[in-house]
Ligand binder design. Structure first.
Ligand code: PLP
Length: 416
């Protein structure tokens, strides 16, 4: 794997990502929308192709060679993905469609049978809707109540408020590891320790944590950690939920169907062991295999190198954007306090206009509320522009974005 002294050499590494090598609207593509989804290296594309060309069959069912191979690949993938977050045992990792399904699984499978009127669930104001709506729905079913913790003016979680909100009514604290909108890295270990003082369970939305930071669920001490394959070079439609074995064992199934049963009678049935109890129906077998290939790939790049590279890119973007008085950057001022996400506002220009002009020069960023409407309200805006980086991005790409922002300012600046 190509490396510089400090980490990754993206100019060499990006050769492995076919989608990055295209002309978009007349210019070479600059892909800065990695918090939405990442591009896929050849190793992942090859793993998907190899699976479908050689091993494709249903899992845990057939007595034939292909089914055996598919099952072996599927279960080996579980072990590989479990290792990415240092899960103590791969049987504690449930395949899901992604982070959204992982959080819904906990909310319904744990929440419906354990929450009562008067119980409280704590989230923060910066949660992605995936870590808010499932809890709202379960509150509606159970009579539990949602509480939230604010951020300070630099986009950091107010731990003092978390302490105030926690009480013996708190049953769950569910917090994002990293904000997809402003990049803030939350102090998960401290949050977990605080939650434990009142006996609450902790759920971590790891959609933006697992791809960008070294994650060790045992060191974090949380009860559940959900993440998505597609945000870390893997395929869409596959994710993983890690949960503590005794909790998963105690929970009712989330969905019913094939694969998740032990004995079925017309009136009642018994369930398979964890994790299969939560995996009703034919799973995304190729997706799991591709996810494991993505983990192999990222392990090879190196977790610390990924982190260092993103901090450097973030520092460069914040320095360059910080020179422009007509740009306001949201979130913590220190690059080390965030993942590779820089959200900003261009004076006088709507974020959709910003993204449209950048797109016309082949530069992909995201504009909108980023599935965090409460956070937008808290920041006092309806939308932001967001550039988000991954292993293959370069400082030169950020410079191209900054040049294009000058064009935006040239058009809209005088109307500010
Ligand atoms: N949580 C965060 C912080 C996210 O950024 C996202 C995706 O954007 C999700 C949850 C949902 O992930 P998925 O759509 O893969 O389920």
């Amino acid at each position: 794997m190509p490396r510089t002294v400090t980490g990754i050499d993206p100019t060499v590494l990006r050769e492995e990502f076919p989608a990055l090598h295209q002309v978009v609207n007349g210019d070479p593509l600059v892909y800065l929308d990695n918090a939405a989804t990442t591009q896929k290296p050849r190793a992942v594309l090859d793993a998907l192709r190899h699976f479908y060309e050689h091993d494709n069959a249903n899992v845990h069912r057939g007595i034939h060679e292909l089914s055996r191979r598919a099952t072996d690949a599927f279960e080996a993938a579980r072990i590989r993905v479990a290792s990415w977050v240092n899960a103590p045992n791969a049987s504690e990792v449930v395949w899901t469609r992604g982070t959204t399904e992982g959080i819904n699984l906990v909310a319904y499978a744990w929440g419906l049978s354990n929450l009562r009127k008067g119980d409280e669930i704590v989230v923060s104001v910066m949660e992605h809707h995936s870590n808010l709506i499932p809890w709202q729905l379960v509150c509606g079913h159970t009579g539990a109540r949602l509480r939230h913790v604010d951020i300070d003016d630099q986009g950091r979680l107010r731990l003092d408020q978390l302490e105030d909100v926690l009480s013996d009514r708190t049953r769950i604290v569910s917090i994002g590891h990293v904000s997809n909108s402003i990049g803030t890295i939350n102090p998960v270990r401290e949050i977990v320790d605080l939650a434990k003082t009142v006996g609450a369970l902790t759920v971590v939305d790891g959609a933006q944590g697992a791809p960008h930071l070294p994650v060790d669920v045992q060191a974090l001490g949380c009860d559940f950690y959900a993440f998505s394959g597609h945000k870390m070079c893997g395929p869409t439609g596959i994710g993983a939920l890690w949960g503590k074995r005794e909790l998963l064992d105690s929970m009712e199934p989330y969905q019913g169907g094939g694969e998740m049963i032990s004995v079925v009678r017309l009136e009642e049935s018994t369930w398979a062991e964890v994790p299969h109890k939560f995996e009703a129906g034919t799973p995304n077998i190729a997706g799991a295999v591709g996810f494991a290939a993505a983990v192999d790939y990222l392990e090879d790049v190196g977790r610390d190198a990924i982190r260092r590279h993103e901090v450097e890119l973030t520092r460069h973007a914040m320095d360059r954007l910080g020179e422009l008085p007509w740009i306001r950057i949201f979130g913590p001022p220190e690059p080390e306090a965030r993942s590779g996400v820089v959200a900003f506002e261009v004076e006088g220009a709507h974020p959709h206009d910003v993204a449209t002009i950048l797109d016309s020069e082949g530069i992909a960023i995201r504009a909108g509320h980023h599935c965090t409407q409460p956070l937008m309200r808290r920041l006092g805006v309806s939308a932001t522009s967001r550039a988000s980086f991954y292993i293959y991005n370069t400082e030169a790409e950020i410079d191209r974005m900054v040049r294009a922002l000058h064009t935006v300012h040239g058009i809209f600046g005088t109307h500010a």
